[in-house]
Design a protein around this ligand. Structure first.
Ligand code: 6PG
Length: 636
């Protein structure tokens, strides 16, 4: 059986704990317990002799109750009447079931309670006893407070109503860096939040509890899934921030028996879009909405406002729109950088391509830095300054900004960047983008090149060996301001081509998967909060706003820029190659662009070769489209 809450009705003597507790237990159809029945014999004897208990006496009693509370929860819940006048007692009571105890404080004035006690006892009630109860009573920011100056049925109705109202509006599963930051973001927007983190002995212990107690906004923390779900309002909205892959399926499996039709799960991790398509179908069939939401912005973005890309059903989005749009970054007009992206896996696909673009933008900046540093001889400070100048020329981007900052960071009198090992990690989204583009049959030159550059960087030992074997020497033939001007243009050119490639994949996916994506809106969602926010992105919003179906490279404003800057790009690439400086993204952009703008490509030779060795046939440009030919090429 899944765990259920234990309700602790507390307050001073005479506040009606037993009466209210019993009535509540009948209403909820769960057992009632009186804390006084759990005292050890020594305490019972002491009390029988008219002696007051001290905190030392109470210790075994509270421990015993705490163990019982844990068991009652496992057995289906219960109601406990217990004075619990001090915070320290309450903390002990709930220590075995943190988050699973619902605190109900019975509040009444001194006079009311005194009068009740004297009439109930039908004899004189020692005033000193009640005085000391009121003196000992400590306030508690948790739980609900019920006034006892009303009839019992009203009290029970009020308890039920207040318990319902104090349920959280949203739950977050997984308190890693992103989960914690998003939960804090929600709390700062005044949402009531429950958080859950699994318990893994020795590794993940009391994570949710610590988060809840350390956070000034006081979310509810759980390591028991069913108590966590029980703490949420209906329809339940649960944001998963767990590692992409198997973990998402495991959490969904655990959640499913606890959810009802109309509830909503949001997967905010970097899940593969095909997993999201599968999960969305599986859950929609059960009447539960599943929103695959890409979330970009890292820890800071998650805390202060990320860019969010939710996909799923439109009705499902309505369930969680309020939360996602409130915590998202705001664009220049104040609108949330979050909007319904499209059906099933589209949100995660869009996030995946966001990361693909991110990979290539990072590589682009990295290779320009590398060239300036090691082939032209600039210092990190100087390169930082160059990047900052570009930023002022409407070429600003978050990635350029952070790189300019990275380059200034020193350890003692040495640049920290020089101590960072040149082996890039990757969690997979760049590679997934490449595979997805291949499946769609659409080019991904810059992005796949960036993935490959990371893969090659990982072969550090082999590279070190090869550098000794080949001992390639480079000669710097460049040292003029003109080159820096060209480099700025080449950088922007490469960035434009990279974005065009990214949006083309989105276009192809939108058509193949029937997602009906709005590219201007996707770009708008990417203008703030995310890692690839930039001046260029703002421009792209406007361009696609005019025509959604046009390739980015075909908008006249872009045509003008690229026409002007092509020579600069080609000069930079050729001069760099002459210096034997590798430029994966700038070279890929150049080749992509030159092929893209060629009416005649080299593919006629490919087709002839295929037909030559494999009789794969070819089409002719002097015959009707669709007709296939085979030639015996050997026969001249
Ligand atoms: C973001 C980032 C984020 C994460 C990447 C890093 O948009 O906030 O893209 O999702 O930093 O997953 O991926 P790699 O580890 O593969 O570089």
């Amino acid at each position: 059986m899944s765990s259920k809450p234990v309700y602790v009705v507390f307050g001073v003597s005479g506040s009606g704990k037993s009466t209210v507790g019993k009535a509540l237990s009948e209403k909820l159809e769960i057992p009632f317990y009186d804390a006084d029945d759990f005292h050890p014999r020594s305490n019972v004897e002491k009390m029988a002799n008219g002696m007051a208990l001290n905190d030392e006496d109470r210790e075994p009693w509270l421990q015993n109750l705490s163990k019982n509370i844990e068991q009652w929860s496992k057995d289906g819940g219960g109601v406990l009447a217990c004075s619990a006048l001090k915070v320290v007692y309450r903390k002990k009571l709930e220590s075995s079931l943190y988050g699973g105890v619902e605190w109900i404080f019975l509040e009444g004035s001194y006079d009311l309670i005194f009068n009740r006690l004297t009439s109930r006892e039908a004899h004189f009630f020692p005033k000193e006893l009640l005085d000391s109860q009121f003196e000992t009573l400590e306030t508690w920011e948790r739980g609900i407070t019920i006034g006892i100056d009303q009839g019992i049925s009203n009290i029970i109705n009020e308890i039920e109503l207040k318990l319902k109202m104090q349920k959280s509006q949203i739950g977050v599963v997984g308190l890693g860096v992103m989960g914690k930051s998003l939960a804090k973001n929600m709390l700062s927007k005044k949402f009531s939040v429950s958080v859950y983190n699994r318990h893994v002995e020795g590794k993940e212990v009391d994570i949710a509890k610590k988060f809840a107690t350390n956070n000034s906004y006081v979310p509810k923390g759980f390591d028991d899934m069913s108590l966590f779900v029980n703490s949420l309002q209906t329809p339940k909205v649960i944001l998963l921030m767990v590692n992409a892959g198997k973990a998402v399926d495991l959490v969904i499996e655990e959640l499913l028996p606890l959810l009802e039709k109309g509830d909503c799960i949001i997967d905010g991790g970097n899940s593969h879009f095909k997993d999201t398509i599968r999960r969305e179908k599986q859950l929609t069939d059960k009447g539960i909405s599943f929103i695959g939401a890409g979330v970009s912005g890292g820890e800071e973005g998650a805390l202060l406002g990320p860019s969010i890309m939710p996909g799923g059903t439109e009705e499902g989005y309505q369930n969680c729109k309020e939360f996602l749009e409130a915590i998202a970054a705001k664009d220049n007009s104040g609108n949330a950088c979050c909007n319904y992206i499209g059906p099933n896996g589209s949100g995660h696909f869009v996030k995946m391509i966001h990361n693909g673009i991110e990979y290539a933008e990072m590589q682009l900046i990295a290779e320009i830095y590398h060239m300036l540093r090691y082939y032209i001889g600039k210092t990190p400070d100087e390169i930082s300054e160059i990047f900052n100048v570009w930023r002022k020329q409407q070429k600003d981007s978050y990635l350029l900004e952070i790189t300019a900052n990275i380059l200034l960071k020193k350890e003692g009198d040495q640049y920290l960047i020089d101590k960072v090992l040149d082996k890039a990690g990757q969690k997979g989204t760049g590679g997934w983008s490449t595979v997805a583009a291949l499946e769609l049959g659409t080019p991904l030159s810059t992005i796949s090149e960036a993935v490959m550059a990371r893969c090659l960087s990982a072969k550090k030992d082999e590279r070190v060996e090869a550098s000794k074997v080949y001992q390639i020497t480079s000669s710097n033939t460049i040292n003029d301001d003109l080159f820096l001007e060209e480099l700025e243009k080449a950088f922007y050119f490469g960035s434009i081509v990279n974005h065009a490639i990214g949006f083309d994949v989105l276009k192809q996916a939108s058509s193949d998967y029937n997602w009906n994506l709005n590219f201007s809106e996707v770009a708008r969602v990417w203008t703030k909060g995310c890692i690839i926010r930039s001046d260029l992105m703002e421009k792209i919003v406007t361009l696609f706003g005019n025509r959604n179906d046009k390739p980015l490279l075909m908008f006249s404003e872009i045509v003008q820029i690229l026409n002007n800057d092509l020579d600069a790009l080609v000069n930079v690439v050729s001069k760099s190659l002459k210096m034997k400086c590798p430029l994966p993204i700038l070279s890929a952009s150049t080749n992509y662009f030159l092929n893209y703008t060629s009416a005649q490509m080299s593919a006629n030779i490919i087709q002839a070769q295929r037909d030559y060795f494999g009789a794969h046939t070819y089409q002719r440009n002097d015959k009707a489209f669709g007709e296939h030919f085979h030639t015996d090429w050997k026969k001249l």
